[in-house]
Every structure is written in structure tokens, then in C-alpha cells.
Design a protein around this ligand. Sequence first.
Ligand SMILES: Nc1ncnc2c1ncn2[C@@H]1O[C@H](COP(=O)(O)OP(=O)(O)O)[C@@H](O)[C@H]1O
Ligand SMILES: [Mg+2]
Length: 271
Amino acid sequence: MAARGVNIRIENLSHRYSSKSPVTFDRVNIAAEPGESLVIIGRSGCGKSTLLHIVAGLLPPTNGTLLLDNVQVRAPSSRWVMMFQAPHLFPWMTVTRNVGIGLHFAGWPKKEMQERVAEAIRLVNLEDYANSNVQDLSGGQQQRVALARSLVMEPELLLLDEPFSALDAFTRTALQRDVRSIAKQLGINLMMVTHDIDEAVLMADRALVMAGSPGRIVHDLPVDLDDPREREDPLVQSTRAHLMQIFQDAAKPSPIRRNAAEATTRLVGIT
Ligand SMILES: Nc1ncnc2c1ncn2[C@@H]1O[C@H](COP(=O)(O)OP(=O)(O)O)[C@@H](O)[C@H]1O
Ligand SMILES: [Mg+2]
């Protein structure tokens, strides 16, 4: 499956839902090279999903710039696709039909479509279930179908909004490992948001800590560990401890309150 990554430049991105809402996040700067996996980690409510929706072109930012390969993002595209916590599949259709639905609506010729769908199903290790109805699959297998449906579009950037948080620990671990390995194999970028520190350490090339209200990126930690990553590995554990420390320091109230006050002052008047 042909794919490649994308150059990401997010500069001074700020957001508020309306002139009466508080600022969601403020002056977020993120730069990533093609093929990098970024995990944004932060507490519930700090603006992670909103940020991801903006990167996906589903929501406009209030201020700032978002460039993918130097082009301003203004709308959704098959070049950057999003995976959510719920797989959003058609339960009465087979795995193959679910995975091929985007290509079908795009008018792809049958043979090319079948080849590409089969390859995406192979990538997520669901060959044995290609003709099963998705309602007969487990939650983890359904997320694999959703992943294949995203990959079949040959995206350059896969956006993941806590897609494994409803799964049991074993299934989650297997999917974390496989999604990272598929992204590396295809050379595509991942941008994932989570509140799970283990997930960040297992999946990230860089962990970006988002904190405060409004949210800011307060730390950018390179996670330079060999693959496949095992939870029990002492290097994984020490990175986890380091990230936990950063996360706890970021949650200390005083600088965040100051940031919040500054941001509110700066953005007053923006609608
Ligand atoms: N559609 C919306 N309208 C107004 N406020 C919203 C909307 N969606 C989310 N928010 C608020 O924006 C903040 C950030 O939400 P969200 O991006 O979902 O955070 P996270 O994903 O980090 O939990 C929260 O305070 C939330 O209540
Ligand atoms: Mg969220």
C-alpha cells in the first residue's frame, strides 16, 4: 500500500467555541516531520479533541496557522483521516464492505478496490474475518476494521482520538503495538490524543504534554525507544516515570493560572 507522511506546522493556534465561551486552548505550536508519531497527552477537558478536530479540518481555529505540507488546512480530506473511540461501522455489512465503503462511493473500479481493501484488511490482521459481519466481531476487532477503513484511503496522517480507551487491557496493548508498527511500515504520521501515560510511551516518537485552562503545550518529550516496546522494559518504565513527573509538574496550579489570565486578556473580543 503506497503511503507517505506529511510535514506538519501548527503555529500559534488558539481556539474558543464562541465569544461567550472560555478559551479552549491558546497559542499551540507543533512541528513534525513526515513519518513522526506525536502523542498529545493531557487531562480531560484541556482541549485535545478540539485540537484534533481542527487538524482534521472539521472545525476552524480562532487564531493561528495550520499547515500540512505547507498548505493551509481548510476542510476534511482523505489525506488526513480520524479514528474515534467508537468505530462507527455499518454493523450489518461484512468487514470487506465496511473497509471498502469510501472507495465504493469514490467510484473506484471493482478490481482495484478489492485489491486495496484486501491489503488494508491484511495490514490489520483480519484476513480470517474478511467476510464476517462486523456485528459478530469483538470491540478490538471492530477497531481494527475502523483502522483498515482509514488506511484504505492511503492517508498521510492518521488522527486518533483515544481510540482504544473502551477496550480491555490486552486488546488495547495489541492495537497500540500494531498501529505504531503499521504507521512506521507505511511511513505515515500519527497524531494521537490520550490521557493514558502508558499509551503515550508505547506509541510516541514525541510526547507533547498539554495542560492548563486554556490548554497549552507545556512540554515536548522525545521518546527514543526501540520497537517493539514492552511495558516491563526498564527503559520504557523510566521514560514513563519521567513523563509522569512532567505531567504532575504541569498540573501545579500557579503558572497555569497565570497563563489562563494572560490568554483570556489577549483573546478578549475574538468571536
Ligand atoms: N461544542 C462545544 N461547544 C462548547 N464548548 C465545548 C464544545 N466541545 C467541547 N467544549 C469544551 O471545550 C473544552 C475542551 O474540550 P475537549 O476538546 O473535548 O477536551 P478533551 O478532549 O481534552 O477532553 C471543554 O471545557 C469542553 O467542555
Ligand atoms: Mg477528548
